[in-house]
Design a protein around this ligand. Structure first.
Ligand code: ADP
Ligand code: ZN
Ligand code: ZN
Length: 801
């Protein structure tokens, strides 16, 4: 038998299957989708088995060294999906496979077999080899020729193969104790101990009284009110025995979720869910665009669709953008489906993510709620894939493989004959256009629950404020509204339209701005560390006390970061209690959740934050939303900037007045006449859509054109220019006259980590020859690594920088 293996060397020359002989002792054990160790040149590396053949056209094949899995980690569907992914996004096959697995599986690991059944139920050959922790290391299993037996035991559910990830990502274990002697003997012991051993007696009574015979040490100590030394003494005397138990790391372990039941759907909801449920029942693939204003009950539709899917013994993937994967969101799914839900997002540790993935792989859960990469969850019988806030740009991955979760979802759903639901209050232009054409089925929820009115929105022209002498970052209107809320004890959300906090240092005399020495971007000021930092390469510098250009002392941080706003708030409304949420206050694990809970419990009057508070917040007492600077995003070099501005303003406005109390929104701007801001006032998506479509048509942008962005970088600027010219010439020769080729021009960020960057942008409608041409370009430059020129190709890019 010959196995075809994709090896873990992400390079053009190795981006193809390599043939290896399957040694006799691994015949019948190795399956496709398993990871193996193979000799590769002088090294031993990891690879994925993708196929088997009788013969190979190569002679002198080497043998597979070792197999790393007992059950395939990639099933057939995911294997073929990885092929599709590498074709679509022009990435290496190995990258496409690795992106589907949790990071822990790429790390170094040690493998162990863990019994799931009693020791007595295992064959003697296996049980006699269990180590002190009750498991069988892989190495020992191989050394004793037990793989075949173990494979059967795993199939019978009596054993499980686990990866003991080295470094920090071990399985989580807790220390447990139990009575060493029988119940009767322990009771006698309790009687016989003198009162001077009262603490030991407490432990004995506690263990005797409890139902389970094994207790965690932490719990026992707390309940019996004793310290470690008592436990130690009792272990030494042989009253107790101790061992370790593996537990799943549960990021929500200290929370209980209140069970919720389905609501009786409103007429609009019923009308929308009907075609979705039909598609589920009939095992047919359809893509639905669920366009519903904020608070119109989209989530309830997701929940009831999933319920249907579960009743068919199928599984569901629910994608939410990273920043709106809030505890509130998780609670709604855990509340409805309890233990059947796995949660995956970047806030989890590598180990926690791995544990959640294992629950899916072992079919212990049927629903996954997660960010982008959860679209690869290894479910085998998908009944629906849902993408909430489908317009969010975080669904596009910016590193290879540069995939969009929406495309992957639709591709998987086709293979599983199930529907995809794309939900949003402000769908992406691409999706809405597809729905208009009938490619997607449009479902509309136009009313909020209980018919609450949409919040009243006022737009404040900040130039006017300045003309009338108000130099504050708060308009008079916003300040007045804010004070009213403080009096009425209602809550306010203040939103700063900026990524993170981008305070930069500027000299007020000469205009000098501190730049990163390696990248063409200004450095940002980080107050907590009192340092200047480059967000692209991590370069740090001291904060200058005088201007390096003109020696002026008037150099200070500029721009309105959240910290600056907080300072101003302290001056304007000194009694208000403020919670600030930004990259600085939410770096620690769980801090995001803590801050939100505190705000929800009314521990603060004002929640001040960046993008991360725009979504998912649902508190009844929020009656005012203020947007401090609506236009910062409008000026980015991005054809989607108007769309993003409209979406964001609509999202934040949706935070106000979601329940009984009416909501109000104040948007401050320097460009009130811009249609994306003007239309956010009435939140009329269709009007915005029509106007923006006209702009896109004129500018030849998506959804009228497809795009591909080629970025070329090198340390020598002349080299970059000449290669970019070559590529652009080639494109002009080979593509049809309908294709528009822009560039080469310097990228908006012209240098990163000392590499100069140029780009060519291709806009096209139908271009059969494009993919092969792009592949050829990649081949040409990647394989020869021509003078270390780097080429990146992003098909349907979201970031043009
Ligand atoms: P969206 O996801 O569109 O923002 P939600 O699903 O969060 O809207 O619904 C808004 C509020 O209305 C939530 O508090 C939700 O529990 C409630 N809700 C949704 N559907 C119903 C229903 N059919 N009956 C009563 N309340 C509902
Ligand atoms: Zn200066
Ligand atoms: Zn830098």
């Amino acid at each position: 038998m010959i196995a075809s293996v994709i090896v873990d060397v992400p390079a053009k020359q190795t981006d193809r299957p390599f043939d290896y002989k399957v040694p006799d002792h691994l015949q019948g054990i190795i399956k496709t989708g398993m990871r193996v160790v193979v000799p590769f040149g002088p090294r031993k590396i990891q690879g994925f088995v993708i196929d088997f053949q009788e013969k190979s056209s190569f002679s002198n094949l080497k043998e597979i060294e070792e197999v790393l899995d007992i059950v395939p980690v990639l099933n057939d569907e995911l294997m073929s999906l990885s092929y599709w992914l590498s074709e679509e996004t022009l990435c290496f096959r190995i990258s496409a496979m690795q992106v589907m697995l949790p990071a822990a599986m790429k790390a170094k690991y040690e493998k162990i077999f863990q019994p799931l059944a009693n020791k007595e139920a295992l064959p003697e050959a296996v049980s006699s080899l269990l180590n002190r922790e009750g498991c069988l290391p892989w190495k020992d299993a191989v050394a004793n020729g037990l793989l075949k037996i173990l494979q059967e035991l795993v199939a019978d559910g009596k054993m499980d193969l686990r990866y003991k990830v080295k470094s920090k990502t071990n399985f989580k274990k807790i220390r447990v104790i139990s009575l060493a002697k029988s119940k009767e003997e322990s009771e006698q012991l309790l009687e016989s101990l003198s009162t001077s051993a009262q603490k030991q007696k407490n432990v004995l009574s506690y263990l005797l009284a409890s139902q389970e015979n094994v207790k965690s040490v932490t719990e026992a100590k707390a309940e019996a009110k004793v310290s470690d030394s008592t436990i130690k003494t009792m272990l030494n005397k042989g009253y107790l025995t101790e061992s370790y138990q593996e537990v799943y790391r549960d990021p929500f372990e200290h929370r209980s979720f209140e069970r919720s039941v389905s609501f009786q759907l409103t007429d609009q909801q019923s009308a929308s869910i009907k075609p979705i449920l039909e598609s589920v029942e009939q095992y047919s693939h359809d893509t639905f665009l669920l366009h519903g204003v904020t608070g119109s009950g989209k989530t309830e539709i997701y929940l009831q669709t999933i319920e249907k899917v579960l009743s068919q013994k199928r599984q569901a993937i629910m994608l939410v953008p990273e920043i709106s994967l809030t505890p509130q969101m998780v609670e709604r799914f855990k509340g409805r489906f309890g233990e059947q839900v796995a949660v995956m997002h970047s806030g989890l540790s590598v180990g926690e993510k791995y544990d959640e993935w294992r629950k899916i792989h072992r079919k212990e859960v049927n629903v996954v709620v997660g960010a982008r990469s959860a679209v690869f969850a290894p479910f085998e019988k998908l009944g629906v894939i849902i993408i909430d806030e489908e317009h969010e740009s975080s669904y596009k991955q910016e590193d290879a493989p540069r995939y969009h979760a929406r495309d992957v979802a639709i591709e998987r759903a086709k293979r599983h004959d199930c529907p995809v639901i794309l939900g949003s209050a402000t769908p992406s232009l691409e999706s809405f256009a597809r729905a208009q054409k009938g490619n997607y089925k449009l479902l509309t929820l136009s009313k909020r629950m209980n018919n609450q009115a949409m919040p009243r929105v006022s737009i404040i022209d900040m130039r006017e404020e300045l003309r009338e002498g108000n130099r504050s970052m708060f308009s008079r209107e916003l300040l007045e509204q804010l004070q009213k809320r403080l009096e009425k004890k209602e809550q306010t959300v203040l939103f700063l339209n900026r990524r993170g906090h981008s305070s930069f240092i500027m000299c007020r005399d000469c205009g000098y701005v501190m730049q990163c020495p390696h990248c063409e971007v200004s450095m940002t000021y980080h107050r907590n560390s009192e340092k200047m930092k480059c967000h692209y390469c991590g370069e740090e510098a001291h904060v200058p006390s005088t201007c390096p250009e003109c020696q002026s002392e008037h150099i200070r941080y500029f721009g309105t970061g959240t910290q600056k706003v907080e300072e101003e708030l302290t001056k304007l409304v000194p009694h208000a209690r403020v919670i600030r949420m930004d990259v600085d206050t939410t770096t620690r694990k769980g801090s995001h959740e803590k801050l939100l809970t505190a705000f929800g419990e009314g521990q603060a009057d004002i929640l001040l934050g960046t993008q991360m508070i725009a979504k998912g917040l649902d508190f009844p007492n929020i009656t005012l939303v203020g947007v401090l600077s609506a236009d910062t995003m409008l000026h980015l070099p991005d054809f989607r900037s108007a769309e993003k501005t409209f979406q964001l303003l609509t999202q934040v406005s949706g935070r106000a007045g979601r329940h009984e109390k009416e909501g109000e929104v104040v948007i401050q701007t320097y460009t009130p006449e811009h249609f994306s801001i003007d239309l956010a006032k009435t939140q009329q998506f269709e009007l915005f859509y029509n106007q923006e479509m006209t702009m896109r048509k004129l500018g030849q942008y998506p959804p009228f054109y497809f795009m591909a962005l080629i970025t070329i970088s090198h340390e020598n600027v002349l080299k970059v220019v000449s290669v970019s010219e070559e590529i652009s010439q080639l494109l002009k020769q080979k593509l049809s006259s309908q294709a528009v080729i822009l560039g080469p021009v310097a990228s908006p960020i012209a240098r990163i980590q000392n590499r100069y960057r140029y780009q060519c942008l291709i806009k096209y409608k139908k271009e059969e020859g494009l993919k092969p041409l792009l592949k050829a370009i990649l081949n040409d430059y990647q394989s020869a690594k021509k003078d270390s020129v780097m080429i990146h190709i992003d098909v349907q890019p979201y970031i043009m920088m």
